[in-house]
Design a protein around this ligand. Structure first.
Ligand code: COA
Ligand code: MG
Length: 299
């Protein structure tokens, strides 16, 4: 959980991709309990129908009806022939965020910014960056740090593209993701260093609920804020596993309560249930409760 362009924290437990050309699935998303909807113009759309899908997505977003869901448009990479038209479409559609694909350098963030700047109507549009190539992973800290520059100020989050990472690097996919874990962890560090949010990659086998649960738990343990997903089957688990659990919520309340006791007012460290608890744990507890509150407010 981190900030959006308007500075309001929000949950991003589940971010559902929908092919730009699939109007039926897009319509369906209006009633699906996801935190974010990603309208894809990139890899799930065949070259032959790129234009058609772009128009479809603009119309769908402009029509609205997606309620509290964060609306995101994934555009083709800056080095493709589609990028300019995709960005012009984003200016028309005004999603909450534009998700840049296969980002490898800060120049690509700046290229997107050039389309958005200087127009009052694009003021609130955030940028999210997919990191999913070998070069992008190697330079991930630089990409994340672009948020410190005036031209990179819209960057709010990183999204991992694990299928492309597998394609690019030839690691063996599946299982417990051992080969990609160092890169996922580096990505989390890069995001946290710049106070960006970070979303985990997709799980392709949408019938395998147990496997998906395990990967969500792993992503959560790695520090991810949420999971990008591809199918309605995956919503419930992502929402549940990236939300604070009932045990975490009660523990957080207990820690905050303990520090509020008059006798602990001036203490930096106390014991709660036989464990050392410092002020930093109270900060974690507050973050947990804030996220819980935001999730509850959504329903
Ligand atoms: N968003 C919204 N609804 C979706 C959906 C999605 N991503 N994926 C499937 N659905 C809907 C279908 O429209 C269908 O609804 P219906 O019964 O009202 O027609 C229902 O869920 C069941 O779908 P199902 O038959 O199980 O799946 P499918 O064979 O139609 O589609 C995929 C499977 C993988 C092609 C599809 O889930 C998909 O396109 N996912 C997103 C892929 C994507 O965007 N990839 C790019 C990023 S990795
Ligand atoms: Mg990809």
């Amino acid at each position: 959980m981190t900030d959006t362009s308007n500075g309001t924290p929000r949950p991003r437990r589940s971010a559902l991709y929908i092919p730009g050309s699939n109007s039926r699935a897009q319509e369906k998303a209006k009633s699906l309990p996801v935190d974010a909807v990603i309208f894809d113009l990139e890899d799930s759309v065949a070259d032959e129908v790129k234009g058609e899908a772009r128009d479809q997505v603009v119309a769908m977003i402009r029509d609205g009806g997606f309620g509290h869901r964060e609306i995101v448009m994934r555009v083709n990479p800056a080095r493709t022939e589609y990028f300019e038209d995709d960005m012009s479409a984003a200016v028309k559609a005004r999603p909450d965020a534009v998700l840049l694909s296969k980002v490898e350098s800060i120049d690509e963030i700046f290229a997107a910014e050039r389309h958005l700047r200087g127009r009052p109507e694009t003021h609130g549009i955030a940028l999210w960056a997919m990191v999913e190539t070998a070069r992008g992973l190697l330079d991930i800290a630089k990409i994340a740090a672009s948020t410190r520059t005036p031209e990179g100020h819209r960057l709010r989050g990183l999204v991992l593209g694990t299928n492309d990472i597998v394609r690019e690097t030839a690691v063996k996919a599946g299982g417990d993701r051992t080969p990609v874990l160092p890169w996922l962890s580096m990505a989390v560090l890069a995001a946290r260093a710049e106070k960006l949010f970070i979303l985990d990659g997709v799980y392709n086998d949408f019938q395998d609920i147990k496997g998906f649960d395990a990967e969500c738990e792993q992503g959560r343990a790695l520090g991810m804020d949420g999971k990008t997903i591809i199918h309605p089957n995956q919503i419930e688990a992502a929402n549940r596993l990236f939300a604070p659990s009932p045990a975490e919520i009660s523990e957080a309340r207990e820690i905050i309560h303990a520090f509020e006791m008059p006798e602990n007012e001036k203490r930096g460290v106390i014991a709660v249930r036989g464990r050392m608890v410092e002020r930093l744990h109270a900060q974690i507890a507050e973050r947990t409760l804030k996220l819980h509150e935001l999730i509850t407010a959504q329903h």
